[in-house]
Design a protein around this ligand. Structure first.
Ligand code: NAG
Length: 276
């Protein structure tokens, strides 16, 4: 009677939908403001969010939901004009003294000079895995998509779908990897003119305040554990084009890599820096 086919189809559909849970769109539903009072705002019925910074305070928000592995996408338009001294952060983090964290930080600059995109990874409360990049576009003119793919095997940072950094799980050589603590998504805009721009030489010009960054098209997909035992998912790191794009970014836009900072590690680089 075709009822078997119907049930079969239904079961398949259920299996697929339980693999990946997608949240997105509405900022009212997905985020809470954490500080800065009315410096954080949501517009357009939940489609657009802004953070601002003035001499008194910055501002920030965090996701209501926690994720253990997944893909997070956000479009951001960074503080335009003279943004020197300001830092816009966008990161995943768990709580507590042995927290895990996956960071994007955007360090502002004077008009016409390049932002620095700073990345880092914390596991069990320890970071020290910095890589920094210039961008191949002006991140203040338009929205661009900044994404994190977090799986038990690796973490990938992407900008407009171009992978800029792949951090592999190095537990096999004794390096902790974030994989047991669920994380929330956080973002903030604050004053860091003691270190952000040219190492703290350029101070925030408060005559330009308030400084404002904009967010839209947030999407979070949670991966379920079943996807990681599946061979197809495990091997799905980067395809040939992704590897080519990654090499292009690392060659032309990477300005700091802790794994090549010999002054910092005179006794030898951390184990995850070696190929294994
Ligand atoms: C700001 O511009 C200066 C000069 O081009 C550059 O050295 C620096 O890396 C830029 N970015 C930051 C965040 O300091």
């Amino acid at each position: 009677m075709g009822s078997f086919t119907h049930y079969g189809f239904l079961i398949l559909a259920l299996l697929f939908s339980s693999c990946m849970v997608t949240y997105g769109g509405n900022f009212f539903q997905e985020f809470d403001f954490t500080w800065g009072g009315n410096r954080a705002k949501i517009f357009n019925g939940g489609q657009l969010l802004s953070l601002s910074l003035d001499k008194v305070s910055g501002s920030g928000f965090q996701s209501k939901k926690e994720h253990l592995f997944g893909r997070i996408d956000m479009q951001i338009k960074l503080v335009a004009g003279n943004s020197a001294g300001t830092v816009t952060t966008y990161y995943l983090s768990s709580q507590g003294p042995t927290h895990d964290e996956i960071d994007f930080e955007f360090l502002g600059n004077v008009t016409g000079e390049p932002y620095i995109l700073h990345t880092n990874i914390y596991a069990q409360g320890k970071g020290n895995k910095e890589q920094q990049f210039y961008l191949w576009f002006d991140p203040t003119k338009n929205f661009h998509t900044y994404s994190i793919i977090w799986k038990p095997q690796h973490i990938i940072f992407l900008v407009d779908n171009t992978p800029i950094r792949v951090y592999k799980n190095a537990e096999s050589v004794g390096v902790p990897f974030p994989k047991n603590q669920p994380m929330r998504i956080y973002s903030s805009l604050w004053n860091a003119d003691d270190w952000a721009t040219r190492g703290g030489l350029v101070k925030t010009d408060w005559a330009q305040a308030p400084f404002t960054a904009y967010y839209r098209n947030y999407m979070a997909q949670s991966f379920s554990p079943s996807q990681f035992s599946d061979q197809k998912w495990q091997n799905q790191e980067l395809d040939a084009n992704g590897r080519r794009r990654l090499r292009w970014v690392q060659k032309n836009f990477m300005i700091y890599n802790y794994c090549t900072d010999i002054k910092r590690f005179p006794q030898g680089f951390p184990p995850e820096c070696r190929r294994f």
